[in-house]
Design a protein. Structure first.
Length: 169
């Protein structure tokens, strides 16, 4: 909805998200923010191009004899990316298959820091946002924000791994 771009809080959050830059091959690299008409009109968060597919779509293409090994290797890459985020006290808060891309059949990229939280500040939708219900840990769903931390992302990664390995939520 283009009218969202007119809202100052949404514009501010987009700028904040575009500033979350991490030096890790498993996290999408942010390049900047574009506001063609300052204060109005469309806003764009510019990131590196990831030429690939969501991890769940990629997993479906794997031969059964290598599927488990490849998925577990990729989940280790997700955990490596999360370790980088967590070292800077950033909690992703929305780890799920559609926020993990696989590029060139091997390189994992964590995407969408839209509701990330760090040092008491939320980058993205709102403080009330709790991620995607099927992947969110209880402390996020119950909105006990003081308890949301790096372990919340690990929980969501476990749910994601289970879904990738079994094909079921």
């Amino acid at each position: 909805d283009p009218s969202h771009a007119e809202h100052p809080a949404i514009r501010a959050r987009a700028k904040q998200e575009s500033c979350l830059i991490f030096e890790n091959p498993n996290i999408i690299r942010m390049l900047g923010y574009c506001e063609p008409i300052p204060g109005r009109g469309p806003i764009f968060i510019i990131s590196e191009l990831v030429n690939g597919s969501n991890i769940d779509e990629f997993a479906k293409t794997l031969p059964l004899n290598v599927r488990t090994e490849v998925i577990l290797r990729m989940i280790c890459s997700v955990l490596d990316g999360l370790e980088c985020l967590h070292a800077k006290r950033v909690w992703h808060r929305d780890i799920k298959p559609s926020n993990i891309m696989v590029e060139n059949g091997a390189q994992v990229k964590i995407m969408d820091l839209g509701i990330a939280r760090t040092d008491g500040r939320t980058f993205g939708t709102s403080d009330r946002a709790f991620g995607t219900f099927a992947y969110a840990p209880p402390e996020q769903i119950n909105r006990t924000e003081g308890e949301v931390n790096h372990l919340s992302d690990i929980y969501s990664t476990g749910i994601t791994c289970y879904e990738l390995l079994t094909g079921q939520k």
